[in-house]
Structure formats: structure tokens, C-alpha cells
Write a protein that binds this ligand. Structure first.
Ligand code: CMP
Length: 140
């Protein structure tokens, strides 16, 4: 089994689609091992999005991700990183296929792409560690 980190970003919380997003993962048969609402500060945002520091959209990304609380979730399942990213869809909601979470529930990068999902085993391990202590993750 593989673990991945999903964030229902502040725009997903503000749009009140968190339940529908969580259902997509549950409907697929994936397992929720940890879940919490957090209002992250700039320090955590910078650690989480370290690889984007210096990019043209970085300051906007910081304001966007710290504007309201988000919901952090550890999801597990066979090849969970790939399976979750397939369900989530392309980064830019304009290009995300209908049927994917971003394709169905988000409009464009300007208004937000409502979810984040780890893109590799390395980033999943780092991101899970940033948001959760080992005691907060349930193996069942
Ligand atoms: P996420 O999958 O969380 O990873 C990086 C985030 O940066 C991305 O989703 C978007 O929320 C945000 N972002 C804003 N503009 C861009 C862009 N031009 N390219 C990639 N990501 C962007």
C-alpha cells in the first residue's frame, strides 16, 4: 500500500465542496488514514511549496493557500499517488478532463484548483511529515 497527501485547499473549503471531494476518494475505494483542518501560516506554506520558491506565481500561491483553512488528508491504497492524481486531474482546471475533481469542480488557476496531491513517493513522505505526526495517522 502507498500513502499520499491530499489538501482540500482553502477555495475548496470556501466553496463547500469538501464532502464531495472526500467522497470521490472514498468511492474509488481508497482509505483515509488521517484528516484534519488546518489554517497554515507562510512558514508551512513555504516548506510545502519549496520547489516553487522563486517562480512567478509563488507570492500569489502563498496568499491563496493561507487565505482560509484547508483540509489535509492522508490517503492510502495500491499506487495511491498515481490513482489520486488521476482522480484529481491536471493542475490547470481549464485543461482538466471532465470527470476529474478539478475538471468538474474548479474553473481556472486564477480562482484556484481546489486540491493538491503529492506527485511522487519522495514528496508524499515529505508532505505527510509536514502536516501530520506519526500518532495522527491510523493504520487499520
Ligand atoms: P498544486 O498541485 O498544489 O501545486 C502547485 C500550485 O501552484 C498549483 O497546484 C496551483 O495552485 C499553483 N499555481 C498557480 N499558478 C501556477 C502555474 N502557472 N503553474 C503551476 N502551478 C500554479
Amino acid at each position: 500500500m502507498e500513502q499520499t497527501l491530499v489538501l482540500i485547499k482553502p477555495d475548496g473549503v470556501l466553496k463547500k465542496v469538501a464532502g464531495r471531494i472526500i467522497s470521490r476518494f472514498e468511492d474509488k475505494g481508497l482509505k483515509i488514514e488521517a484528516l484534519k483542518m488546518v489554517w497554515i501560516d507562510e512558514e508551512l506554506a513555504k516548506s510545502h511549496y519549496e520547489e516553487h520558491i522563486g517562480k512567478s506565481f509563488f507570492q500569489r500561491l502563498l496568499s491563496y493557500i493561507t487565505q482560509a483553512p484547508l483540509i489535509a488528508i492522508v490517503i492510502s491504497g495500491p499506487e495511491a499517488i498515481k490513482v489520486v492524481r488521476n482522480l484529481v486531474g491536471k493542475t490547470n482546471p481549464v485543461k482538466a478532463e471532465p470527470g476529474t475533481i478539478r475538471g468538474d469542480l474548479a474553473l481556472d488557476l486564477e480562482s484556484g484548483n481546489i486540491v493538491h496531491a503529492s506527485d511522487s513517493q519522495e514528496s508524499a513522505a515529505k508532505e505527510i511529515d509536514l502536516f501530520f505526526s506519526a500518532e495522527e495517522i491510523y493504520s487499520y
